[in-house]
Design a protein around this ligand. Structure first.
Ligand SMILES: NC(=O)c1ccc[n+]([C@@H]2O[C@H](COP(=O)([O-])OP(=O)(O)OC[C@H]3O[C@@H](n4cnc5c(N)ncnc54)[C@H](OP(=O)(O)O)[C@@H]3O)[C@@H](O)[C@H]2O)c1
Length: 293
């Protein structure tokens, strides 16, 4: 339905600030500018990143890109309420999908990011207390005020997407999926994306850093298999693993968590790679440790 709004891998900003690389304004500026110059135009946020600080830190640099705003896609999420010094009023980690919360969270994201609109707002997690009519009311109000352009969900199972679609169409579902987390290939999430023209985005597309745990036997099997394929496809191990995601027929868009521009660029370039079906299954087998039935 709306894949045309995002035509590149997405730069995930969760690890750019307090939860990772601790970029200063200059580093944000240089990363944003490097991404744009290389055709990477979508940036993924959530209100909570960096304990509610990353959007504002990014925004301090992003305001100088105002002239290019129409060539950029800004994604944010709401609905998780975290504990901590930046939200002392919260007494328990919880979800909030009330109309008031969705609207006020989106408006605060706009303020922090120094932009007038979000290209896409996602409900971050399915809330056991959510009602689709209430979510639809909030989204429609934000849309008619020009504050958001598209709407989607994140981490929703098929029946939860169906529930929301009782009241409003879902255009995107941002899911955890990678060579080391393959549940969405088998639990109906990606099938539903194909069926309903929902655009799937993959968070932790490299398993949140598959290279960081050398004790993990699954990771090691996958890395070993991917390494065998690097020469054939003239790429790196991570290139093979991102190409594996691109090969899925639901047309997954990876949300890369790297803080390094060259790695973002690699994620864009490997879109050209066409993994053979046999190599795709060799990687799946390496991940699961068994051949398919
Ligand atoms: N919707 C949700 O619930 C949800 C949940 C979690 C995350 N997210 C989104 O998804 C994004 C990505 O998540 P993630 O950070 O866990 O994903 P990831 O891309 O699987 O992992 C990123 C980590 O892998 C490291 N890495 C090592 N070698 C790499 C290579 N060759 N290429 C790229 N990265 C390499 C990166 O380090 P370097 O920085 O040194 O490259 C970084 O620490 C987040 O930024 C956020 O926007 C969404």
């Amino acid at each position: 339905m709306s894949s045309s709004i995002i035509n590149s891998p997405i730069a995930g900003c969760m690890r750019w600030g307090a939860w990772g690389s601790k970029f200063n304004t200059e580093a944000y500026h240089s990363m944003i500018s490097g991404c744009l110059d290389n055709g990477i135009t979508a940036f993924d946020h959530a209100d909570i990143y960096g304990d509610y600080t990353t959007e504002a830190d990014f925004g301090a640099a992003f305001k100088s890109f105002a002239a290019r705003r129409d060539q950029i896609q800004i994604i944010s999420k709401c609905g998780i309420q975290m504990l901590g010094p930046n939200r002392v009023q919260h007494t328990v980690k919880s979800y909030n999908t009330s109309k008031e919360h969705i609207i006020s969270s989106a408006e605060r994201s706009l303020q922090n990011l120094h932009t007038d609109y979000l290209d896409l707002l996602l409900i971050h997690r399915p809330n056991p207390l959510m009602h689709p009519d209430e979510i639809a009311e909030a989204v429609n109000k934000l849309k008619s005020a020009g504050k958001i352009r598209h709407f989607g969900v994140s981490n929703f199972l098929p029946h939860q997407v169906t529930l929301i679609e009782k009241s409003i169409p879902v255009e995107f579902n941002q899911l955890e999926v990678s060579i080391v987390y393959t549940d969405p290939l088998f639990n109906g999430q990606l099938d539903q994306c194909i069926e309903k023209n929902i655009v799937p985005m993959a968070w932790s597309p490299l398993g949140g850093n598959i290279f960081s745990n050398s004790e993990n036997t699954t990771n090691n099997r996958v890395i070993e298999m991917a390494r065998k394929l690097t020469e054939k496809y003239t790429t790196t191990v991570s290139g093979v693993l991102i190409a594996w995601l691109y090969a899925h027929p639901s047309q997954i868009i990876p949300v890369m968590g790297t803080s390094q521009l060259e790695r973002m660029i690699e994620a864009k370039e490997v879109k050209q790679i066409q993994l053979s079906k046999e190599d795709w299954f060799k990687l799946l087998e390496a991940s699961r440790g068994i051949e398919v039935a």
